[in-house]
Design a protein around this ligand. Sequence first.
Ligand code: F6P
Length: 551
Amino acid sequence: MATILGIWAIPRKRCTQTYSFNMKIYNNPAWHALEAEAERLRPQHLRQLFSEDPARFSHFSLCHDGLLIDFSKQRIDAPALRALQALSGAADLDAWKSRMLAGEPINHTEGRAVRHVELRAGDAAPEEVRQGLERMKRFCSAIHEGQWRGYSGDRITDVVNIGIGGSDLGPRMVVKALSAHQQPDLAVHFVSNLDSADIAPQLAQLNPRTTLFIVASKTFTTLETLTNAETARNWLIASTSKEDAISRHFVALSSNKEASEKFGIPADNIFEFRDWVGGRFSLWSVIGLSIALSIGWRNFELLLAGAHSMDQHFIGAPPDRNLPLTLALLTLWNTNFLGASTHAVLPYSQSLAFLPAYLQQLEMESNGKQCARDGTPVSIATSPVLWGEAGTNGQHSFFQLFHQGGRILPSDFILLGKSDYPLPGHHQKLLANCLAQSAALAFGQTAYEAESGGTPPELVPYKVFPGNQPSTTIILPTLSPYTLGQLLALYEHKVFCLGVLWNLNSFDQWGVELGKQLANQLTPLLGGEGSLDQIDASTRGLIEALTGATH
Ligand code: F6P
């Protein structure tokens, strides 16, 4: 008894502990029901599921406002899907949705609300959001129409967004995705890496008289962004010999006005946003200024409108019609019940080539966590490792492993009904390749089929494709600002749903802090300042190798 009391007397342990004591989702009957479904379905092949239900496509596909998701090639059937949908009820998804939409501080570790949905609510957006958008619109028009000019009176021809993470990946990805909608006579560039090999060659191509720098940083404390911004400022001043040129060539996007001003950016050039806009959900806010400059104001509004359409769907659609929830449930199914540890995003669109990188932050920085909302361990697998590449390039690198590597590798194929850069002889072949891959991954090829196709007997084992790789196919009718807005909001809400299902706070990112602190301690040591005595042997050896010195 004393021992038991002793255990209960231990203060509540946090996620550094390895034991698991909680009332978690996996203790819920809805989870147990899914375990039974998985037990039943694990041995089944997609070939079998398709032969048992020839109408799988209509049973396992959903469409909203022109965007289609086909998940018939996922390893589920109707009872499993119903059991997954029941899990969202058990996890209280609707209540969490309402809390987010009511502006409650659901990012509890930072005491912040999560209100990015309001950034694209159109006329229903809060006054401050509408004012912020109005200001961005005026600024875009001043740049596009040549009212805002450089210090020498020249028009702005180049815009450089300096930011990292959420202050870079979203705008960078959207600007590339919508390059077919680009404004004439204005090029938008991106600098993010601390490595000077990012900014140096870009500056070498730019004209200081016609370049506008956007310093995008929510906190205005991020090392990479401040280092690059300082380099850009020094370059501008050195090449113009004018300290005050900064007022015509630098604007800031930040929630830290004081630090932006301290850097030297005049108050009138600061576009502020609130702390309830999370970094990786911020492209809809003033952080999207580089997007609006690139594609024009009307197109930026259409991007917001597309996201709004998906928001309305997510908020109102029942679980069995809800696209973001369905994507979340499929990822949970593959991760927690079929044992997948990665998720590939494969856009068959060169314009969407940066989508995987953007989604890596969105999904992994949000849900790559093992600390539950209450500070106890989650104790089940959470965010899979997200990766990907534009098709067809991926086919000629890693698809071999997809087909015959022996691991379960779920993926999303994304394709466009119409090409954004139509040229004869391309799009039909591109679509055919995408559909061929998802079919080959799902159904594979048996030894019998290989033999019947004329494969010499000694090569038959090499030509067997086990198949049964789960995938979802997403079709956008075209790649436009509106459809891209829909697609991105789809993934944002997927991330929210998974956070609720795994009982995580999807909106903080404490995991990136430790490395930042250590880097600050190591920087002077690499310059020969300070003692290496307290440093671990490996890091010390590496510092000595890099500096060529023994301290
Ligand atoms: O990587 C950590 C992080 O805080 C991200 O969440 C964020 O998007 C990025 O750094 C950039 O932060 P900021 O916009 O404050 O410079």
